[in-house]
Design a protein around this ligand. Structure first.
Ligand code: SF4
Length: 265
């Protein structure tokens, strides 16, 4: 006789909380954030290096926005995460659910199960923030997403070179008719050739995809990941680079990390 066993999907999480989105197309909106553990990139400017590995515990806000965190063990079974999201989902409070990290697509198998269920529970749109390189995992969850913020990593700023992966990733989003935008971190040492190549890449998929240039928020000395600190760009460079990108795509907005100005998480 064969005994049937059901493996319950689990995810390694950093935190679940309610906050104001500070970046990109959804800036200013209220979201339920699910921050996943693990990232396979090592961007020089990373402000979430604590997500690179999975901690043994995660923290979960009990009441949306009150920062009354409970500590729970990792990994988290799917039905438990559903309960946490349900608790956050007060009537009319949130505009969407943000999948963030780390790199959420490293949990694609979990997301494939979780996303249809969380959608039918909350009826909230699902927004994915991603490093924009894991296109195979993206295709597994694409039907359950409403919008995607894709990072485009400039080699001169991030230390990562992912042109081919970014092209495939962005094309998949565009072909799926999702709301998609591209976020590019710019710093003092940005190489304009990288920006030119990015403009060309985005326009090659569609010149209608909005691009957000995000001046880097310099890390405090204690959190710097490299010997050479990543510095904010001079104001005149920002103007020059916006003008450069506008030669390729219709919408180029410059927005810093506004959640940091608001002391959000
Ligand atoms: S992709 Fe995001 S989380 Fe990963 S290293 Fe880069 S900035 Fe950090």
């Amino acid at each position: 006789m064969t005994v049937k066993t059901t493996v319950q999907p689990t995810a390694r999480l950093i935190e679940v909380f309610s906050a104001i989105q500070g970046e990109g197309l959804n800036v200013g909106t209220r979201q339920i954030f699910i921050r996943f553990a693990f990232c396979d990139l090592r961007c020089h400017f990373c402000d979430s290096a604590y997500t690179w590995n999975a901690p043994t515990t995660c923290r979960v806000e009990r009441s949306p926005g009150l920062r009354d965190f409970e500590i729970h063990l990792n990994p988290v079974p799917l039905p438990i995460l559903m309960q946490w999201v349900e608790r956050q989902n007060l009537p009319s409070l949130h505009d969407s659910i943000s999948l963030t990290g780390g790199e959420p697509l490293l949990h694609a198998a979990f997301l494939k199960e979780f996303l249809p269920q969380v959608r039918s529970l909350t009826d909230l749109p699902i927004y994915l923030e991603s490093g924009g390189h894991r296109f195979e995992q993206l295709s597994m969850v694409l039907p359950y997403l409403d919008s995607v913020g894709m990072d485009l990593k400039l080699p001169s700023v991030s230390g990562e070179t992912l042109w081919a992966e970014h092209t495939k990733f962005l094309q998949l989003c565009w072909d799926a008719h999702l709301e998609v935008f591209v976020k590019i971190i710019i710093a003092e040492n940005t190489n304009p050739d990288d920006l030119q190549r990015s403009g060309d890449l985005v326009a090659g998929v569609s010149p209608d995809i909005p691009v957000f240039l995000q001046p880097v928020t310099p890390l405090p000395a204690s959190e710097q990941l490299n010997e050479t600190p990543v510095l904010a760009p001079a104001p005149e460079k920002v103007l020059m680079w916006q003008a450069l990108m506008k030669q390729f795509v219709a919408q180029v907005r410059v927005i810093p990390q506004t959640h940091k100005m608001l002391n959000q998480l």
